[in-house]
Design a protein around this ligand. Sequence first.
Ligand SMILES: Nc1ncnc2c1ncn2[C@@H]1O[C@H](COP(=O)(O)OP(=O)(O)OP(=O)(O)O)[C@@H](O)[C@H]1O
Ligand SMILES: [Mg+2]
Length: 368
Amino acid sequence: MSLIEVRHLRKEYPNVTPLKDVNATVDEGEVISIIGPSGTGKSTFIRCLNRLETPTSGQILVDGIDMCDPDTDLPAMRQKMGMVFQNYALFSHKLVVENLMMAPMDLLGLSKQEAYDQALDLLETVGLRDKALAWPHELSGGQRQRVAIARGLAMRPKILLFDEPTSALDPQMVSEVLSVITSLAERGLTMLVVTHEMRFARDASSRVFYMDRGELWEAGPPKQIFDHPQRQETHDFIFRVRAWEWEIHTLTPDIHAMEASLATYCQRQFMSGRATHTCLLLVEETVSNQLLGLARKRGITDPNIHMTLVAGEGGIDMELLLDYRGRLVAEGEPTANERDDLSLSIIKGLCDHWELVEPGLVRLYVRC
Ligand SMILES: Nc1ncnc2c1ncn2[C@@H]1O[C@H](COP(=O)(O)OP(=O)(O)OP(=O)(O)O)[C@@H](O)[C@H]1O
Ligand SMILES: [Mg+2]
C-alpha cells in the first residue's frame, strides 16, 4: 500500500480552481519534487495533503487514513507530516535549541532532558550543533531554514512537506539547505518538495511531479521528466527553465540588467563562479562588441538580437544560440571579416567552438 494516495482531488475557490482532478501515489521513502509554473496549484496541493486547506472533493489517504473524513484526528495526522515553509518561522524570543524543544515536550510528552538531547542530535544532523545557544536573529537565512527543518524533524514525522524551502534565500545559501534535505532522503524520510531548483529535482528526487493548471500532467523519474518527457507540456516547461532568453532591440541596451539576469540563471544552474564569469564575458563580448558594432556600422537601430543560452546537464556545456536573422541579416550576410570578428571569442578561449547555422544564426559551445 502507498503511504500517500490521492484520488480525484479537487479544490475550488470562488474565482479559481487550483486543483482540478489530481491523482497521485507516494511510497514510503520516496522523495518527490513538485515542479511547474507559478500559480498552478503546487502549494494548494501540499496544503491539502495535511489539510491546511479543505479539498472541495476527492480523497487523500495517508497511511490508509482518510484525511477528509470528519472523524479523522487531524492533529495526530499532522504530527506525522511536518511542513517547512518558504519563510523559516522560528520563535525569535527563544534560543535555537528551545525552538526545537517546545513542540516535542508539549505534544510528544518528551521530558526536558529528552527534548534537549533530541534537539542537539537534530542540530547535528543539519550541521548547526554549535548554534544551539544562539538566537534566531544571529543566524543567516540558510542557517535559520536549517533550524526550521530540524524543528520539523523534532516531531518525528514520517513525511516532510516543503513549500519552496529555498526561494527566500540568497543563492549561496540555497545549496546548504538543499544538501540538508538530500541527507534526510538518505535516512529514508518520505518527502514532497515544491521547488524551482531544477538541479535538486533532477539529482535528489526519486520521482518528479509536473503540475500545471491544476493538473498533474506527468509523474516519473527525473530522467524521464528532464530528458524524455512524455508530454509536450512537460517538454516546453523544462526547456523554459533550462534556457535563458534575452532580446535586444536597441543600440544601447541595458547591459547590467542583462548580466544580472544571466548571473541569476547561472546560479540557478549551479554553475561555478568561473563558468558564470565565462558566460557573462562571452555574452557581453558577442553582443556589445560584435553584434551591436555590426548594427552600428550598418546604421540599423533595431538589431533584433535574440539570445538563448541552454545549460547542459549539471550546468556544464552551455550552448549559446545567437539569433539576429532579422534586420542585421536582411542588410546582407556578415562579411568574412565580420565573421572573423565573431571568432575572436574563440581566440580568447571563451568558447570551445562555434558554427554559423545559417546567416544570422550562430551557435557557440562553451565548456564550463
Ligand atoms: N486562499 C485562496 N483563496 C483564493 N484563491 C487562492 C487561495 N490560495 C491560492 N489561490 C489561487 O489558486 C491558484 C493556485 O495557487 P498556488 O499557491 O497553489 O500556486 P503555486 O503553484 O504554488 O504557485 P507559486 O509557484 O507561485 O507558489 C492561484 O491562482 C491562487 O491565486
Ligand atoms: Mg506556491
